[in-house]
Structures are given as C-alpha cells and as structure tokens.
Design a binder for this molecule. Structure first.
Ligand code: ZN
Length: 230
C-alpha cells in the first residue's frame, strides 16, 4: 500500500510505501510506516518492533570480496604476514559507500596508509571503519543515518586497486563483519513515548489493508461460485 501524489487531479508520481504485507506458509507479516515528530521514519510491525536490521549486511553494492577477514594474511603490498582485520569489497571507483547503521562520524580524514577514511560510532559498543575512499561525503562530528552515502569507493592510501576496506569493531575488538551480524540487535523498536502516536498512525493503514483483503477474498469467492455453476 503506497501513496500516490496528485497535482490538480493529475497523478505526478508514487509516494512512499505505507504498509506492506507478506504471507508465507500461512503466516502473515505486516510492516507499517511510522513518521516521528521530527520527520524521521521507520517500518514496524503491529507491536512496534522494527522490521529493519541495525546494520547493513554490506555497506555498498560490491562486485566481489577481494580479501576476507583473516588474522594471518600475507599482505599484498608489504609481503609479510599481517592480520587483515576487515573485509575488502572490490567495486568500481565512485561506487557509493553507505553508513552501515545510524550513528555519528567520529573520524574523517586522510592518512598515507588509510587514504581517505571515515569512522562511525553506533552507540556505545559498535564502530565501523571505511578505508581507501576516493572521496569523503561526511565530516567529523556529523550524525548519519543507515544507508546514507558517506563516501565513494577509491584506491587512496595503501591499495592495489579500487575497493572498500571495511572494519567492524565490537567494544574495541575487530570482528568479522560477515559473521558478527548474526549476533547483533535489531533496530530500535517504538519506545513508550511514541506508542500512542504509533497506534494512531497505523490504525488507518490497518483498516485499509483489511478492506483490501476483504475485497480480495470476496472476489475469490465470487470466482469459485461462478465456476461451480458452469
Ligand atoms: Zn583490506
């Protein structure tokens, strides 16, 4: 269920998705769009539980993983055993790099080794790091939203080709970004302060969804009747 935008009775485009419903093996899942007082949005089920993961699976659309998380890797530039405390995602120069989750930029700069880099803090326990960017799109101290572009893939610093070196730290310890996600929390659910407002917003969506579903089962029943009278 989505919004349609009109100007003088003429449709000018589609707006955001307001509610989505998915049935699998008899179980129905519904997500509702909720707009906070400050204009930010989220998608939640009827109990106010977020339908979004707190972190993206990968912070870009990549073509392949060129080097995995490996604490005993032979370094491609230095030819010595050095731990690789992140994942290298190969992608063409200029591919947007996204913030893996909501947070605040704690470092953004340039060093000879890292090239252009951005570090983001996500609450007290989690930090993500993005290295070798062609360009940075954010400044130190800036707040970022999940999926916001924070820079573009490049090969600045010690890099043999365009790729993103991505690190994921939990309480200061490097973890494998690919496997750590299983143990991470979901995005925040609706808090008590928003509960009434949330329920008020989704009531209309729920009624509309119910009416669509009624129409559909009515149509099905009519079809079934028609075929039985043939
Ligand atoms: Zn790397």
């Amino acid at each position: 269920m989505y919004e349609e935008q009109f100007l003088d009775d003429e449709k000018t485009g589609n707006g955001p998705i307001l509610a989505a419903q998915f049935t699998n093996r008899g179980e129905t899942y519904t997500a509702y769009r909720y707009t906070y007082a400050d204009g930010s949005i989220g998608y939640y089920n009827e109990e106010g539980i977020s339908m979004r993961k707190a972190f993206l699976r990968a912070p870009l659309d990549f073509s392949r993983i060129s080097s995995g998380f490996n604490l005993k890797r032979l370094h491609p530039v230095f030819k010595t055993t050095r731990p690789h405390r992140g994942i290298d995602y190969a992608a063409s120069q200029g591919t947007p790099v996204y913030a893996a989750g909501d947070g605040r930029v704690v470092e953004a700069g340039y060093t000879k080794a890292n090239g252009n880099y951005v570090f983001i803090n996500h609450g007290s326990s989690y930090t993500t790091k993005y290295l070798h960017l062609h360009k940075r799109a954010v400044r130190k101290g800036q707040k970022v939203k999940q999926q916001q572009t924070i820079g573009w893939v490049g090969s600045t610093g010690y890099a043999t080709g365009p790729h993103l070196h991505y690190e994921f730290l939990v309480n200061g310890v490097h973890r494998n970004p690919r496997t750590v996600l299983k143990s991470l929390p979901k995005a925040k659910s609706i808090d008590d302060g928003n509960k009434d407002r949330f329920l008020a917003q989704i009531t209309g969506f729920q009624m509309q969804l119910a009416s669509y579903n009624n129409q559909r089962s009515l149509a099905k029943a009519t079809q079934a009747n028609a075929s039985s009278t043939l």
